[in-house]
Design a protein around this ligand. Structure first.
Ligand code: ADP
Ligand code: MG
Length: 341
């Protein structure tokens, strides 16, 4: 029996400690809207100004209208429709995000690949009828999945997919970009403390009034939304998680999740349940969380050791957790344990 599970709730619980005590209780501090395929939650702490919320959600929708593959006529849909046929002029931000996606594709040796579109469609992972395709079907689609066949022309600001049938999917990076953009609007509006949570892509903005770090919960992969296994403490920055629980279906007792191995053409195998990346940029953290998940712990950890200012928390199936040296992580669930090499 095919059972499809996709929760629309908020991906990671953002724990906000003492700052809450200083809130003006007559203001509504949080705003949640459904966008980019998830619940987007923004909290402006010191001034919950209506026009700032409006600007943030307006801009998030603008980004969705350019980058989504679930809406008609977005820039990305136009690129995909012209695959193998013609370069497509796109908006500045779309070009920049695709450029960054290509950068992370190269950096991760193709573990992160924005041309996974045909695999996402074949497995139907984001639709109502997901299914396990045959090996022949996978083999037929695999030649279409290769970031090297993206041709970027910065002068013309065009994007060309060289092979008919290729398709971009920015699902692993666009939310991070949108979170960074939202944080930019917060700064411009001179709001001193805010949290932006786009379905688990979290940016903390500003230093808390009591000068302590923000506390961001890491979702328990085995439990319902908002149940966390530990806390990451951060000053300003991004905390982004990719996990098997985010979108998945089950067939014959096997769980198939939405993080694909671009070389195998199936959900990335391994012993990881989630990877959380801490970085300055949510866009980078978003791409990297997917990349590290697909690479697996050994290769993923080796990669972040080469990157300054990037940290990660790896959660394994056996409930062990591995934390990179710069991450300030505090375990709260005693069923899990921190593995020391
Ligand atoms: P989430 O969207 O659940 O927060 P991710 O940021 O990891 O998680 O993005 C997962 C989405 O990215 C998938 O739904 C799919 O659209 C796309 N994707 C899946 N595998 C890859 C991959 N190896 N490289 C790039 N994008 C991927
Ligand atoms: Mg991601």
């Amino acid at each position: 029996m095919l059972k499809y599970c996709f929760s629309l709730c908020i991906a990671v619980l953002a724990l906000v400690s003492c700052a809450c005590a200083k809130l003006n209780l007559f203001q509504q501090p949080s705003r949640a809207e459904f966008a980019l395929g998830t619940v987007c939650n923004v909290t402006l702490f010191d001034q919950a100004r209506e026009e700032v919320y409006r600007d943030i959600f307006g801009h998030i929708r603008e980004i969705e209208n350019r980058m989504s593959v679930n809406l008609p006529q977005t820039d990305v849909m136009r690129i995909n429709a012209a695959a193998g046929y013609a370069p497509v002029p796109v908006n500045n931000d779309v070009f920049a995000v695709i450029e960054r996606a290509v950068y992370f594709a190269e950096l991760s040796g193709g573990a992160f690949d924005p041309t996974v579109g045909p695999l996402v469609s074949l497995w139907g992972i984001s639709g109502d009828y997901p299914r396990v395709p045959s090996q022949e079907e996978i083999d037929a689609v695999l030649p279409l999945v290769n970031w090297r066949n993206i041709e970027l022309n910065p002068e013309e600001r065009t994007v060309f997919l060289k092979i008919p049938g290729m398709a971009l999917d920015l699902g692993a990076i666009a939310k991070g970009y949108a979170a960074d953009e939202a944080a930019g609007i917060v700064k411009e509006a001179r709001i001193n403390q805010a949290i932006i949570d786009l379905g688990g892509d979290i940016v903390t903005s500003g230093i808390k009034k009591d000068k302590t770090k923000w506390k961001i919960g890491i979702q328990d992969p085995f439990n319902s939304r908002g149940v966390y296994i530990g806390i990451i403490n951060v000053f300003e920055g991004a905390v982004v998680t990719s996990g098997v629980y985010e979108r998945f279906f089950e067939e014959d007792g096997i769980r198939y999740h939405h993080l694909f191995s671009p070389s195998q053409g199936s959900p990335a195998a391994g012993n990881l349940l989630s990877v959380t990346v801490i970085a300055n940029s949510a866009m980078d953290a978003d791409a990297l969380s997917t990349a590290l998940f697909v690479l697996g712990y050994e290769k993923g950890n080796a990669l972040i050791e080469t990157l300054a200012g990037i940290d990660a928390v790896f959660v394994f199936e056996d409930k062990s957790i591995r934390v990179s040296p710069g991450a300030d992580f505090f375990l709260t669930d005693d069923e899990y344990w921190i593995a020391v090499e």
